[in-house]
Design a protein around this ligand. Structure first.
Ligand code: N01
Length: 531
């Protein structure tokens, strides 16, 4: 049985950086284990047509190395999935990481051996490893959710989830295709495949607010500009709440009359960016202010979509803008003006079952060649629960988290010594430009391991009390936010039957979170049991 000082689960953005830090900075004997056949995590699995990132490319990547930052050139405002994959392969090569990654192995269980103070890891290929530290770099959106709709097994065509899109080329030409789900993934897939398929029927449960991405090629000047400003950008994205280059101004929606306000909205709409929500400081905080932004978007959709019935379904909002994850699109609303598109409102016409030939709703019987599930994820907790973690005193994570995920800082779990999570439940994670959060987590974990090794400490785990206080803090912040106004939101577990209904990520913003983590480190981890 091979033994390591550190095992990292996952070789996506977080796993790769953590491997570099543990192996090259701390000199720990380290192995990363990856389920896929190559590196990339999210960007390995999400190969669906139209997949792109909606953080601006020059902010979406590692900033820890000036050399790496400056030796890579982003060519578009929003990078495509395979461009990000190429970027990660470029980084991996620079750091020579591949030789310490075991591919095609999925972790099926991880058990803490109290007498040895080691974790025992098992993979689906019957490989067993021991390790002192176990770092879960499994991503927050990697446990795909295919809803349990009656009859799926009887469907005789092929079906796919966007987050597990097949490697083989899928021929959609002349096909009649169903797409269930209109979140970030669905909004990207539909315009892309509508160009090819014979007919696309989109099944919408909740309408989504979407801002035009206005993707474009970066000019030489733009590229030189961001490269020149490396230090500035690196500092800036650490200061803003979401890890983007934009922050929220002091100005209120109510400081302006409708004409002035709409001018500001229009400018942001034409620019196209997640920064639309930061046109005013109160859109994401105050329901009345939020209504102004929501109404502006609604009016835009009503203008774009020609069919009045479809436009009504697309704007039948039941939640405030930004209470669910805001999305960017390229011609999503325009796609509904095509002749080969149909929109089904699941609120009035729900799915009854999937049949051999297609989908039966309350009012219709549809025949399909293929079904695309853009139905999201068992976010944040799902990827960790699937590892079948068993901690001290035979504590199963499934039981320990049955009412709510309990972590301290989203980084560690009581009863699970020496187990670290990158982007875990209880951290800002999915509410941020993810690589910024990842770098902060990897660096915090690295410093913590360094502290333990230097001080000859064998184990670390947070106290139950610190985890309880952290959950209370998340609840307090979430209750005061607009996030809780969304009826169905994966931020609070509503999309998965049986999942605890609590707000999962930390909603206090990255700078505040970073300060708390830094304080914990400076005070030598007083909220933890260290032995
Ligand atoms: O998943 P989602 P996603 N019957 O959960 C619907 C990141 N991301 O893969 O809103 C019918 O957002 C569900 O309906 P409702 C990003 O963080 C980023 O799109 O729950 N419908 C919804 O419409 C994002 O937020 C990028 O009522 C069902 C859709 O399926 C996160 O990943 C691109 C259903 C799921 O939307 C997840 O996005 C892609 C059911 N039983 C993803 N169950 C970029 O950076 C669910 N739905 C651009």
């Amino acid at each position: 049985m091979l033994q390591f000082e550190t095992i990292i689960i996952g070789a996506g953005i977080s796993g790769l950086y953590q491997l570099h830090k543990c192996r090259d900075e701390l000199n720990l004997k380290t192995l990363a284990i990856e389920e896929g056949s190559d590196i990339g995590g999210t960007w390995y699995w999400n190969r669906y047509p139209g997949a792109r990132c909606d953080s601006e490319s020059h902010t979406y990547g590692y900033t820890f190395s000036e050399k790496i930052y400056k030796n890579w050139t982003w060519k578009e405002k929003y990078p495509k999935q395979n461009t990000i994959l190429k970027y990660l392969k470029f980084v991996e090569k620079k750091l020579n990481l591949r030789k310490d990654i075991l591919f095609n192995n999925k972790i099926i269980s991880a058990k803490y051996l109290e007498n040895k103070k080691l974790w025992q890891i098992k993979t689906n290929k019957n490989k067993i490893f021991l390790t002192k530290y176990l770092i879960c770099a499994v991503g927050s959106l990697s446990a795909t959710n295919i809803p349990n709709i009656k009859g799926l097994k009887t469907f005789k065509g092929e079906y796919y989830h966007t987050g597990r899109w097949p490697k083989k080329k899928i021929n959609l030409k002349n096909q009649i295709v169903a797409q269930i789900g209109t979140g970030s993934s669905g909004i990207q897939v539909a315009p892309e495949i509508a160009k090819t398929v014979k007919k696309l029927v989109i099944f919408q449960r909740t309408p989504n607010y979407s801002i035009p991405a206005r993707n474009k090629k970066l000019t030489k000047e733009m590229i030189n500009d961001y490269l020149k400003n490396y230090e500035k950008i690196k500092k800036l994205i650490k200061k803003t709440p979401g890890g983007h280059t934009f922050s929220f101004p002091d100005r209120s929606v109510f400081d302006f009359n409708k004409i002035e306000r709409d001018k500001i909205f229009e400018k942001a709409w034409l620019k196209g960016s997640l920064a639309f929500r930061a046109c005013f400081g109160d859109i994401t905080k105050n329901l009345k202010a939020n209504e102004k932004a929501s109404n502006f978007i609604k009016e835009k959709i009503l203008k774009i979509v020609k069919d009045k019935k479809i436009a009504k379904i697309l704007t039948n909002f039941d939640h405030p803008f930004t209470s669910k994850r805001p999305t960017l699109n390229t011609n999503y609303y325009e796609t509904f003006n095509r002749k080969n598109i149909e929109l089904v409102d699941l609120k009035s016409n729900p799915i009854i079952k999937i049949t051999k030939n297609g989908i039966k709703t309350k009012n219709n019987d549809f025949d399909f060649d293929k079904i695309i599930f853009a139905t999201g994820y068992d976010a944040l907790t799902g990827p960790l629960l699937s590892l079948n973690l068993v901690g001290k005193k035979k504590t199963k994570l499934q039981n320990f988290w049955n009412k709510s995920p309990k972590t301290y800082l989203g980084l560690m779990i009581p009863n699970f010594p020496n187990l670290f999570i990158i982007q875990g439940p209880g951290s800002p994670s999915v509410l941020t430009n993810v690589p910024v959060q990842i770098e902060q987590h990897v660096e915090w974990i690295t410093n913590c391991l360094n502290f333990l090794n230097k001080n000859n400490k064998k184990t670390i785990e947070p106290t139950i009390n610190s985890a309880k206080k952290w959950s209370d803090e998340i609840k307090r912040l979430a209750d005061a936010s607009l996030f809780m106004k969304a009826k169905i939101s994966w931020y609070k577990g509503d999309n998965i039957p049986g999942k605890p209904k609590v707000f999962i990520p930390y909603p206090g913003g990255l700078p505040r979170y970073r300060n708390i983590c830094n304080k914990v480190e400076k005070n030598q981890y007083k909220e933890f049991l260290i032995k």
